[in-house]
Ligand binder design. Structure first.
Ligand code: 5GP
Ligand code: ZN
Length: 119
């Protein structure tokens, strides 16, 4: 069995309301809140309420959470008025890619020019 919540996980604590967050959207299975250290005018994190360490783990779980995060990202971008100009949805996966919080989160970045490839 897979734990739905990890006791020492920061984002599980946000889901539980134990750590405050600027929540912009809540779904049945997902939560979207503003990044505490925004890298763009729109910088929102979308997480599953269930604890999955990263996108690979969520993909293996086969619950459609990554699809749902993609749909939520579009809704967040539309609400922030950045869908038209374009936005980026990023899953940092593993410490080597800069992942620091090991509860899956999609970064929605928009509202400024975004170069490709990223740094
Ligand atoms: P990662 O580097 O794991 O892909 O992204 C983690 C993100 O979580 C970072 O962009 C960081 O600014 C954000 N973050 C870390 N702690 C908190 C927090 O307590 N609240 C919020 N809203 N964001 C956080
Ligand atoms: Zn967690």
């Amino acid at each position: 069995a897979v734990a739905l919540t990890e006791p020492d996980c920061l984002f599980c604590k946000i889901v539980a309301g134990e750590v405050p967050a600027n929540i912009v959207r809540e779904g049945e299975r997902t939560l979207a809140f503003r990044d505490i250290n925004p890298q763009a005018p729109t910088h929102v994190l979308i997480i599953p309420k269930e604890h999955h360490p990263d996108a690979a783990a969520a993909g293996r779980a086969g619950q459609g959470l990554l699809d749902e995060i993609a749909r939520e990202a579009q809704a967040v971008a539309e609400a922030d008025g950045v869908a038209e100009s374009g936005y980026r949805l990023v899953f940092n996966t593993g410490p080597g890619a800069g992942q620091t919080v090991f509860h899956l989160h999609g970064h929605v970045l928009g509202g400024r020019g975004l170069e490709w490839p990223p740094g």
